[in-house]
Design a protein around this ligand. Structure first.
Ligand code: ADP
Ligand code: MG
Length: 287
């Protein structure tokens, strides 16, 4: 049977907006040593804003935004949401056929009879599109219309207000390492990691590569436990693989909340400090 104090711990956590799905996860949290964060939606707001639109090959900005918004209109990725918002009008779904999303890369569909592909540079290159890569900071979404490169949209995300305090507090709680994993590009990953004081980060990772990275870290964690914190977009398998999977409850999908062991209801990463403190206190009562 579960000791009473675990119930008290679970109750205290839930009162503060941290849902822990069992005493065993509190126990694991009390031994947390490796903290792995997803970037988008976890350390950053995941609410992108269009920052600049650069066209080429005789395409105008309105056309680029329109076709990118159309091809993105079935995607729930924060990148997609921001571009549809920039377009500002309803997309006529009847004119979108053969939609396909490649996770961690981009989307494609036939729009008004033309094949549209939008996504990162790897995605467009794989489709044989000759693009000129942008070095600008931010997340870059390249678009091709009917096999011809049409330009790119620069979108930017902001770091969550409490993310730096979360990282500092976790180091103070004695984490051996804090790692950030992202599918985004090097410049963006570097900017975020540097600003937050995270020394270890890996960028350009596909969803399955995030799982592989966590598996490597799991092998080297020693006695300590590995905690993965994500928003559930493209990282549900990682949530399941960690000793403790923590999902952001606000932006996370139902599937992510289901897959997670711990849910932070208001999406503030600093709640982790709180959860670990409760976990440690609970453990002391039991012993
Ligand atoms: P993160 O690891 O930062 O949470 P993701 O794994 O969700 O990021 O995505 C990685 C990269 O794949 C994005 O930075 C973007 O370049 C590209 N990408 C993913 N989904 C889309 C989409 N719907 N539209 C355009 N690009 C996308
Ligand atoms: Mg993500």
């Amino acid at each position: 049977s579960i000791p009473m104090s675990y119930f008290a711990g679970l109750g205290a956590a839930s009162k503060n907006g941290v849902l822990v799905k069992g005493g065993n996860y509190l126990e694991a949290l009390s031994k947390a040593g490796v903290m792995v964060f997803d970037k988008t939606g976890t350390l950053t707001e995941g609410q992108f804003k269009v920052y600049d639109i650069i066209t080429t090959n005789g395409i105008d900005k309105e056309t680029l935004v329109k076709f990118t918004a159309y091809v993105e209109s079935f995607s729930t990725h924060p990148i997609a949401v921001s571009i549809v918002k920039e377009y500002g009008r309803e997309t006529n779904k009847e004119n979108i056929k053969n939609y396909k999303e490649t996770r961690g890369k981009g989307v494609e569909a036939d729009v008004e009879g033309m094949h549209i592909a939008s996504g990162n540079s790897t995605f467009l290159k794989e489709k044989g599109i000759d693009i000129k890569e942008s070095e600008e900071a931010g997340t870059i979404v390249y678009t091709a219309i009917d096999g011809k490169y049409a330009g790119y949209i620069i979108i930017k995300d902001i770091i969550k207000k409490d993310a730096k305090a979360a990282v500092e507090g976790l180091y103070q709680l004695g984490m051996n390492s804090i790692v950030m994993l992202t599918g985004d590009r090097k410049v963006t990953a570097h900017t975020v990691a540097h600003e937050l004081g995270i020394e270890n980060y890996k960028y350009g990772l596909l969803p399955n590569q995030k799982v592989e990275e966590v598996e490597i870290l799991m092998k080297h964690k020693g006695e300590k436990k590995l905690v993965f914190v994500g928003d559930g977009i493209n990282d549900a398998p990682v949530l399941a693989r960690a000793d403790v999977g923590v999902a952001m409850g606000g932006v996370g999908s139902d599937a992510a909340i289901e897959a997670a062991d711990v849910v932070i209801m208001n999406d503030e990463p600093s709640k982790l400090i709180y959860a670990i403190k409760i976990a440690k206190a609970t453990k002391n009562i039991v012993r």
